[in-house]
Design a protein around this ligand. Sequence first.
Ligand code: CP3
Length: 352
Amino acid sequence: MNDIFLKACRGEPVPYTPVWIMRQAGRYLKQYQKIRKRVDFLTLCKTPELAAQVTIQPIDALGVDAAILFSDILIPAAAMGMELKFSEKKGPVFAKPIRDRASIDKLLIPQPEESLNFVLETIRILRSELSGKVPLIGFSGAPFTMATYMIEGGTSKNFLHTKKMIFQNPDLYKSLMDKVAKTITKYLKAQIDAGAQAIQLFDTWAGVLSPMDYREFALPYVKRVIDGIKSQIPNPKSQNNCVPIIYFVGECSGLLEEIKSCNADVIGIDWRINIDEAIKRLGNNFSVQGNLDPCALFLSRDKIEKRVKELLLRAVFARGHIFNLGHGILPETPEANAIAMVEAVHKYGKKQ
Ligand code: CP3
């Protein structure tokens, strides 16, 4: 079994730097587009055989060292009772966003084995089909990022509704976050029980908060999720039982001192900070993941190689480094350039 990714997460010695790409299954792959012509995105997520098939596409096409479950961070919000649509132009849309007490009271804390069983079934199929080729990462949105979609009703520029709720009615916000954090903890524990070998929490939008607000309105709920999962794993420190938790925060550079107090194993870093500086500020308790600008994949092949080499060099003092982009790969990315990046990491990331 190729467990180099899991070893790097735990900070154990590795023969080379492992690599995977956030949003590695998606529209930049022709094989993905072929399937998407036949089925819409939500149907794809809810059909375990198809979701497993697109999860595996980038493993074969790119040769990455980990697979990530094909799903979306908003799937559990739908299971909480919110009506979710994906529009080609606007992305995800919740027709009835959360703005008051009554809408929070109506939200369910779903039993994953019931309303999210299609995700667990996808994981079971994947573990059997991957049969140890590469480890499988399960994931969820982190509480703050998931809540922003539920409150805004979709993607947002300035997160006005979320911040208004935080500042004008913090008790209301906190009661929503209570339910969201409970949902995510149960959901991730169920993913681990179904066979997920690592977990990533996506906090894409937490970087829009000031450090002070992040400390009060986002961090405690991430901690609750991470500690909740770790307390349910029999022996989190023993190698076989250890399911590493990766915590990714978009625009994390103003928040690293806060992030440091969470109990994740790996911190995902975007590209707006040099990775060596992030490593220095985080200290030695974490491995790091990232941090190539997704747009660097529009450079020529030799320039991609140069960027990869430089990034590997900057990360040399990390406890462990998992090479990745600093955010999801863009749909317009040439597939050949993603392959070139993976090859360069494997070539220049070899340890003596
Ligand atoms: O990484 C992977 O390959 C696994 C699959 C995955 C998807 N979304 C599939 C997807 C993962 C891990 C996500 C996470 C996700 N979803 C995040 C956090 C990571 C990030 O990129 O910030 C967020 C914020 C979402 C919410 C979301 N889903 C948006 C805003 C959109 C629309 C924008 C877009 O990229 O189209 C989606 C749709 C989505 N999720 C697609 C895919 C492959 C595109 C859907 C399509 O096929 O048309």
